[in-house]
Design a protein around this ligand. Structure first.
Ligand code: ZN
Length: 245
């Protein structure tokens, strides 16, 4: 079975998305799974939707995808995010908006892994999995050994072994000899990493081997930042691309 590139939180950053897809294909990825937040923050929402749609892979709905394609209140968004949602709503073509509107909240990859933007215990309200306490209710709902999430833009792994919930940085690992264990992998963010490393982040997943390999991809964020400024989007959204925050 072909290698799957699992990525999340593109956030309208076309340069980071293209660099990620190039990297994934050069490492043998033939399939793609996207964990949502394709739009919001960046200045290329339509191009990013079109690139992701063209991959033909499984895509789930992020909170920004939802907010940009529905008339919902933005009170849960910080001012920067809300400004970007308002701008993105005006930019999206009807076709891309309709596609975002219909994305499922959760999905499965070959019966091997769950795919969800925030967490399985409340997929349509996008809880954040920042720490072990956050991960506990999610892991209780997880039925497959593996789940991939995004949303926090911070790559990390939580595992439930017996009654214990453990936390680890995201390094390459193979799911084997872990009978009954449940593992949730945050794949980080392609378009707006927040772990202090500005390189795009995603994982390669081998469903046959149970192998998960994180990747970081360098790209030129200058054109991305320039487009954000030219669009009149909030300036910190351009700046943070260089800081990884
Ligand atoms: Zn996001």
């Amino acid at each position: 079975m072909a290698l799957v590139a699992v990525f999340s939180d593109v956030h309208g950053n076309l340069e980071a998305l293209e660099a990620t897809l190039r990297d994934a294909r050069s490492h043998g990825a033939e399939r793609f799974a996207c964990l949502g937040d394709i739009v919001g923050y960046g200045a290329d929402p339509n191009a990013c939707c079109e690139r992701v749609r063209a991959l033909g892979g499984t895509v789930v709905r992020g909170n920004h995808d939802h907010a940009c394609s529905h008339r919902v209140s933005l009170e849960w968004f910080n001012p920067l995010a809300a400004a970007a949602v308002r701008w993105t709503r005006l930019q999206l073509t009807a076709e891309n908006r309709d596609w975002l509107r219909e994305l499922p909240y959760e999905a499965e990859l070959d019966g091997k892994a769950h795919l969800v933007h925030g967490a399985l215990h409340d997929p349509s309200h996008w809880p954040y999995l920042f720490d072990r306490a956050d991960a506990a209710p999610h892991l209780r709902r997880q039925t497959l050994p593996l789940c991939f999430v995004g949303h926090t833009h911070v790559p990390i792994v939580f595992a439930r072994i017996g009654k214990n919930v453990l936390e680890s940085r995201l390094d390459a690992f193979r799911l084997e000899g872990a009978d009954g264990a449940k593992v949730v992998v945050n794949v980080g963010s392609v378009g707006q990493p927040r772990d202090g490393n500005p390189k795009a982040c995603y994982v390669l997943f081998d469903p046959d081997e149970g192998l998960v390999v994180p990747r970081r991809v360098e790209y030129d964020a200058m054109p991305t930042a320039s487009k954000i400024l030219e669009a009149g989007l909030p300036k910190p959204l351009a700046m943070r691309l260089f800081l990884g925050r």
